[in-house]
Ligand binder design. Sequence first.
Ligand code: ADP
Length: 479
Amino acid sequence: MTRVKGITRRWLINTLGVIAAIVIVIVICLSFAIKVFFYNSIEQTISGRSTELINVFGSYTTESSTDFITMATEYVENFPDKELMELMVINSAGRVVITSTGFPPDESQPMPDYEMAKSSSGGVATWSGTLVSGEPVMALTRVITNSQGSYLGAVRYIVSLEMANQRVMAFVAIFITSGVVIILLVLFSGSFFIRSIVNPVKKMSVTAKRIAQGDFNAKIDKLHDDEIGDLCDAINNMAQELGVAEKMKNDFISSVSHELRTPLTAIKGWAETMQLGGVSDKETFDKGMSVIIKEASRLTGIVEELLDFSRLQNGRMMLMMDKTDILAELDESIYMLKERASSEGKHLLYDEPDYVGPVLGDRNRLKQVFFNIIDNALKYTPADGVVAIEVSADQDNVKIKVTDNGVGISPEDLPRVKEKFYKANQTVRGSGIGLAVADEIISMHNGTLDIESSLGVGTTVTITLPLIKEKSSDSGNPQ
Ligand code: ADP
């Protein structure tokens, strides 16, 4: 047999153990109570009978021992409950002279109640015990005295306790059976309950191990709609999310590898061609060199993006906060992309406003975000498309809006595009971390980055940044 352990064992000790102890105590108390109840009612019956003796031997008619014996004999003969109890008349010498059974009395029978009654002030005493025959009895003796208080003799009542004991035993048996039934019921309902917890928990730990080993399709069947059911849901959900994260990670690795390989292939190709002397004219040489430089800086860009992402993940991204002219940074980003836009046949429109107040920020990081957002707009807009940049400001904030009429983002992807590694469009180059980094940088500036988009129509990315309050701007850098 397997050893009971864990929750089952704790439940057995803590709950069933306590309930069993309580039931045992209740059964013992009830058994004692029922015994006391039966014995008390028998004692009351005998003592009721014995009070009659005051009437029988009272009123100064019984003055001598002989009178007592005569009257007692008469009382015994007329006693109506001879079936229920035995009567004995004891003379002044302490000898049993008459019994209601008619048989001569057994001198060897113990009579402690008689001895006690003689010495007690009330002249009455009760005793419960067993006869020489082994029969359990209850006896009551009442001593009779004359008007001067002289001892004349005694009357003794004896009742067998056999019937009463049998009834007490029957009750005790009922109590014990009920107790056992209660404990069994608790055991069954409890073990059913424990099983409904332990079995799913066992399944969960097996499933959790499978998930840990990378099987994200592992699922637990939800049996009950309760806390355990919720836990099953949470684990299933976790496995599913882990599966998605795993897929994203793999996609990320493959897209980053691809991103790295493309410029490396170009660099290696041109470098080899040049080394082998395949480039004779200056024009081709210049072209090759410019490809090498462009692709190398693209590689640097990718590596920078990865490093930024890793810094953000570790919380080690440091911002150099300073009073920043947001228009200058935006201008520079647009300038860097202008040539590319026109070479790809895309229209990059920007109507620069005259003045926008300063922003407290890291100029390089903000430039990086603008570059990233405009780069995305160009990337996801086909040739002849339009990317328009608008800047507006109110008293508190400046808004930079980048709108394109490109491929757009589907409503299912839209809420997730800011997540790390998430790519709505797998066919276009990109690591899927650009927006995650941009969003984090803007949040670190207490700003917001909002994306609105409809598939096939276009996308608008709005960056909102708080302006430095003009008054406080004079008093220096608040950071
Ligand atoms: P990626 O390096 O893949 O561009 P990002 O984090 O910059 O990664 O963008 C996440 C995803 O959001 C992209 O894969 C793309 O599907 C979508 N996206 C971002 N900007 C645009 C845009 N202007 N138009 C359409 N889709 C966009």
